[in-house]
Write a protein of this length. Structure first.
Length: 201
């Protein structure tokens, strides 16, 4: 996994510099923090796919600043993996106004679909081989979360795979922070700001 992690680190660093305008130090921190999780997701995509033709992948977690999607898509393209990549995001996401993110989306042929888990629209019949639902469950209220899981189950092909991840609340440093009333924003990013704006993911 280290080779995948190294490539993903480089892309993640670039996205954090170009889209989020982070300092070198902060871009390094976030790329280093994210690279193993993103590499693990890429590995799972390769592991659970037996198809020889184009694999349909949906990132149902939201585009955010793009580091997750851009890193994994760039890696899969670099090894010649045949796939198409759709991503759900809220039309109110502040990141969508960033020119650098628009460039990445166009360059990598990422198909952006506007979506809101509080108002699920079932008009689209497209089904997917792999659906990613990573680091978003903790941003949704209980009803929206259950509705989202039911909806995503319907969107899977018969042999499709849903990959779900959440922050590890049992991680010892997180428990210490919770003990002292810290919120753990290193996991939730701009969660509170997004909640106020009704932007999830």
């Amino acid at each position: 996994m280290s080779k995948i992690s190294d490539q993903i680190y480089a892309t993640c660093y670039d996205v954090n510099k170009n889209v989020n305008n982070l300092s070198q130090e902060d871009a390094h921190f976030w790329a280093e923090t994210s690279k193993k999780r993103f590499a693990l997701t890429a590995e799972k995509i390769l592991k659970y796919t037996n198809k020889k033709d184009k694999v349909k992948i949906l990132n149902a977690s939201g585009l955010g600043s793009g580091d997750h999607d851009v890193s994994i898509v760039k890696y899969l393209k670099s090894i010649g993996f045949p796939f198409e990549w759709d991503v759900y995001d809220s039309p109110g996401s502040p990141y969508l106004e960033k020119p650098a993110l628009k460039d990445y989306i166009q360059e990598l042929n990422i198909n952006l679909i506007f979506f809101d888990y509080t108002k699920i629209n079932k008009n689209d019949d497209k089904k997917y081989d792999i659906i990613l639902f990573t680091e978003i469950a903790e941003h949704l209220d209980h009803s929206s979360f259950l509705n989202a899981l039911n909806y995503l189950h319907e969107k899977l092909e018969e042999e499709g795979v849903l990959i779900v991840t959440t922050p590890n609340a049992l991680w010892f440093p997180a428990r210490i922070k919770n003990l002292f009333g810290a919120e753990g924003n290193e996991y939730y990013g701009e969660g509170n700001k997004n909640l106020e704006k009704k932007v999830y993911g």
